[in-house]
Design a binder for this molecule. Structure first.
Ligand code: NAD
Length: 350
């Protein structure tokens, strides 16, 4: 590649951020089409009911079965529902699972997506889709799935449970951290990733004590927006590949990010001194890997893969799958390297 160059594809998503902005969803739908299919999980029933009312005749239906990693049979069912209802807009309400299901529909149907995120996954800002089948996750990039409008309303995140907030927040932290070593020469990515890290590091430990503080929720959500933005710009590498492989083995997505990130950061530190300096600066710590481990611990996120259900005998299979995929990283990565990263994360040591 071009070590001193970078690409910018603009900032293609319309973003409406602020307390109460969920009231604007129906107006945004009306700008894009005639009727909307709501795509959601089961955690936002009150807001979904509010939205169905607000859409009135523009409500084509509600699909509330979103689950992690979009299993292929679910994606196919969702596409059929979208066709039957004749919806020409998709509104995703919820975390990365809801956004992921809407993206799976848009990938083949081409409907514009409006996203109302309620976690910190960042998926709403990316053209990245993913589906899973038989323990393997397939991902790709396609502009058809990139949400056209994203409405961030901190009030919708007040009930996100503490443990989910912490894990999901560390997922956002991981987007910022990996972007820093994947796109070291991109000044826009660098600035946004540092600011995202600052927002997340300030908010996540406080949320543990004050989960219903709207201002702190707003900070975490701004961090998640910046994290999703740099994920879209810089893409995914070694860290995300490890998490996707572990997700395929049945481990929970966001929690895995929290447990793996410090070990990957320690492994890459010597190969990415610029990224490490920026992580240290934004977190205000002396050591990047240790600082990330401490942030996960302070936030109340899991730090050990063993606690998340990874058995030591699964490490070899996972390491081989990661190495075979040849993930992007600032240094060469062998299966042995991944084994050693997973060994560290398995124990969850600082
Ligand atoms: P999730 O969407 O599964 O949500 C986690 C849990 O929190 C669910 O039980 C959900 O019902 C609940 N929940 C969500 N919002 C809530 C709220 N405000 N209040 C109470 N409960 C709430 O988890 P996630 O971590 O947001 O997303 C994970 C998925 O997103 C994975 O499949 C991952 O691969 C994908 N992802 C994709 C991208 C991308 O760019 N394509 C980026 C990040 C994550």
């Amino acid at each position: 590649g071009f070590p001193d160059g970078f690409d910018i594809d603009g900032l293609p998503t319309r973003v409406l951020f602020g307390t109460g902005r969920r009231a604007e969803v129906a107006a945004e739908v009306a700008r894009l089409g005639r009727s909307a299919l709501l795509v959601t999980g089961r955690s936002q029933a009150a807001f979904v009911a509010e939205l169905e009312q607000a859409l009135g005749g523009g409500h084509a239906g509600t699909l509330d079965g979103a689950v992690e990693h979009v299993p292929v049979p679910l994606a196919e069912r969702a596409r059929a529902v979208a066709r039957e209802t004749g919806a020409d807009v998709l509104v995703a309400v919820g975390g990365g699972s809801s956004v992921g299901l809407a993206k799976a529909i848009a990938l083949t149907g081409g409907q514009p997506v409006v996203a109302v995120p309620t976690t910190y996954s960042g998926s709403e800002m990316t053209p990245i889709w993913g589906t899973s089948e038989g323990g393997r996750k397939t991902t790709g990039r396609d502009e058809r799935v990139r949400p056209r409008v994203v409405l961030y309303d901190p009030e919708l995140t007040l009930d996100l449970p503490a443990a989910t907030s912490a894990a999901s927040g560390m997922n956002a932290v991981a987007h910022c951290v990996e972007a820093l070593w994947l796109a070291p020469a991109n000044p826009l990515v660098g600035a946004l990733a540092e600011e995202g890290l600052r927002e997340l590091a300030a908010a996540l430990p406080v949320l543990r004590r004050s989960p219903r503080d709207v201002a702190v929720r707003g900070g975490a959500l701004r961090g998640a927006w910046l994290a999703g933005t740099v994920l879209a710009a810089a893409g995914t590498g070694l860290h995300h590949k490890i998490c996707h492989v572990l997700g395929g083995l049945g481990l929970p997505h966001a929690q895995v990010h929290a447990a793996v990130l410090p070990a990957v950061t320690a492994f890459l530190a010597d190969a990415a001194p610029g990224a490490v300096a920026r992580i240290r600066r934004s977190l205000g710590v002396a050591d990047a890997a240790e600082g990330l481990w401490q942030l996960a611990a302070d936030a109340g996120a899991p730090t050990s893969l063993a606690d998340l259900g990874l058995a030591p005998e699964q490490v070899d299979e996972a390491a081989d799958l990661v190495a075979q995929a040849g993930p992007a990283a600032p240094r060469r990565v062998t299966a042995d390297d991944v084994r050693s990263i997973l060994g560290t994360a398995l124990a969850g040591r600082p």
